[in-house]
Structure formats: C-alpha cells, structure tokens
Design a protein around this ligand. Sequence first.
Ligand SMILES: Cc1ncc(COP(=O)(O)O)c(C=O)c1O
Length: 426
Amino acid sequence: MPELSVRELLDLDRRHVWHPYGPMPGRQEPLVVESASGVRLRMADGSGELIDGMSSWWSAIHGYNHPVLNEAARGQLDRMSHVMFGGLTHEPAVQLAKRLVDMSPEGLEHVFLCDSGSVAVEVAVKMCLQHWRSLGRPGKQRLLTWRGGYHGDTWQPMSVCDPEGGMHELWQGVLQRQVFAEAPPAEFDEAYAERLRELIGRHADELAAVIVEPVVQGAGGMRFHSPEYLRVLREACDTHDVLLVLDEIATGFGRTGALFAADHAGVTPDVMCVGKALTGGYMTMAATLCTPRVADGISRGEVPVLAHGPTFMANPLAASVACASIDLLLGQDWRTEVKRIETGLRDGLAEAASAPGVRDVRVLGAIGVVQLDHEVDMAAATAAAVREGVWLRPFRDLVYTMPPFVTGDEDVARIARAVCAAAREG
Ligand SMILES: Cc1ncc(COP(=O)(O)O)c(C=O)c1O
C-alpha cells in the first residue's frame, strides 16, 4: 500500500527530486504513475490509465509488467542480484554477450557491458582513442559527426551532440571541439556525400572516429536520412583509416523496421552502442560492441587493457532480463508487428500533414513524427494528448511517438489521434 497521498508525494517530489532537464525546485507538476501493464500506465490520482506512446523513451518494446520478463527477473533474483565483474563472470552476462554478437552486424565480436547509453558512448570513444594511441598515433583523438545528433548527457557524448540548438549548447567552449558536418539530408544527395568524404579526408590525421546515429537522429530532432550515407561513411572511414561508430541506442532492436538501423545499409561499424530496449525497458543496461581489429589495436599498446570497469558492470538481473527480452523479440514476427504499427501511424497521422502550423509528418518503422513550424507549448500539447487517453512527451518543435511493439491497432489509432490533437493544440 502506498504510504504517501498523491499530494504529499508531489510536494516532496517538487522539493527534493530532480527530473530530466528540469529546474530545482520543479515548475511543472509531473503525473504520478502507480503501476503499468501492457501498454498502459495507471495514474495514482485515480484518473485512470494512459496508453504509453513513448515506450519510456524507446525502451519498453514489449510493454510493461510482461510475464516472461518478470519471470526472468524473479528467477535471477533468487540466484543472485549482483556480483562484481572483476575476476568473476556469470551465465547471464555470457549468454547476453553471445546473443548480442549473434544478432548484430557480422564482424562485431566483443562486448563491453555498461550502465547506460551515455556510458556506452563514453566507452566507444575510449576504445577508439585508445586503439590509435596503442598503435602509436595519439594525434588521432577528435571525433567527426553530423549536426542534428544526440548521443547522451555525459562529457564525451555531449561533445558530439549538435553544438547549436542542441541540448548541450551551453557547454560550447568547454567541451572538446569535434568536427561537424552539416546534418544529413533525408534523401541521398551525392553532393552532400562528397562533402562528407572530403571532410573526413581533410581531418583524417586527427580523427579517431566518425560517430553517428544511423538512419534516425532521435533527441536531436527526430530526423530520418537515407541509409546510403552509412555506406558512404563506411567507405570513407576505410579509405582514410578512421574508425566508424554507430550509436544504435535508440534505433536498435527493431525500432526502424530492421533489427539494427545499420542493417538497412548492410554496413558493419567498427564499434556499435546499444541500450534502451536492450532490457525491454526493465532496468538500465547498455553495451558497446567492437570488432577484433579494434580490440587487437588496444591490446598492442603500452597499456594493453581497456581501463573501464563500472561497479555494476554486467549486472546479472539486468543481463537476465535482457536475454529474455531478446529471446521474446526474436521469437516472434517482430518485423510484421513493426510494419503493422508503421501502417497504423501513417494512416492516423496523414490528416496532420495539411493542418495549420505543421511543417512535416514522417513515419519510419514504429516511429511517428509531426514537426511543427513553431516551438511546441509542451503543457498544452501534453494535456491535449492526455485528454485523448495517451501519454506523449513533445519537445522543441516535435510531437512524436514510438509505441511498444505490442500496441494493438485500436491503441495505435488512438495514439495517432493524440499526436494530431497535441500538434493542433500545442
Ligand atoms: C542515440 C542515443 N544515444 C545515447 C543516448 C543516451 O542514453 P542514456 O539516456 O541511456 O544515457 C540516447 C538517449 O536518448 C540516444 O537516443
């Protein structure tokens, strides 16, 4: 039984608890969730349920309170919830690494398990810098990316988020100065591809890696681009001796209609980051995968180890749930489910295209986006979605959804109606 009334809880929350990108004390009252099941969040104030159009930021692909994932967590809890990973190993971690290697693009063979998406990107960058340092090329320590990206909130990831208009603009001049290309156009443009090749070539001596979100740029603007650019990056990186890092933290595990967005292009990166849906949204865990080439480089150095080892590395509870989540995904016809949601979102969002104030409507896999021609009024847009019985979290000029893969057709239609209402009123 809850010990606090909703009012007491909100007062304490406002006084003591930071929320993402929030001021202290908080200014906007959050909704209090009492429990969640399937695709529905149950509100603690007795107002009923909301369909989750956000999958808890891309992660809850199987919905909430799933019996298979619950059982995986319970079973592991009875064995051990955690042991340190230095000098010890365990079956959940080994099973998870094997599954990740088997399902990810050919050639990625080594897995570093870590705590969150941002840390996975930190580890990826460390791997790349250390690879070149170990090979006697310490000058290769900058990163190249394209504008409009988002890679997390810790230090290295912030340096490759879009420095203008992005979430971390404040830190310009403090963060390491990276090399930025223009944001990728939606369609393939040979002139843009040529500029990318030229930029990589020009900076090759100082570049450790190119890092991008493949096919979908998420929190930097929910923009889609042609997978063909990944082939351009792969070729240019090979030509100029630069590593390629693909950040699949948002796009991985089927979200874009391919298991990994790199699969749309048939490209293997040197390093790949996954997170978010890795545990089906149950708990925090991410992973950085790399090829033997990257690992060999590191092991030839003066310091032949990857000096990274978080306390909760390879947490057995999270690893067990991640294994169960991957088995659940691969054991079903997930492509058909994602396609079904894509069709539902296309149909449901079509009316928004001609609505006043709407700049663009785009859908890819289980992702639907309405881009406005103005900054969204977040409170008004959220309230409009809630009136439709749906939870959405618009930002900047975007009202968007990426529902759990188990969302039924009627609920997808309702989510689309809520996106349209939020776009109209926000
Ligand atoms: C592409 C991408 N990379 C990295 C991250 C950071 O992940 P986390 O929030 O788990 O640190 C995110 C989170 O939204 C993301 O979308």
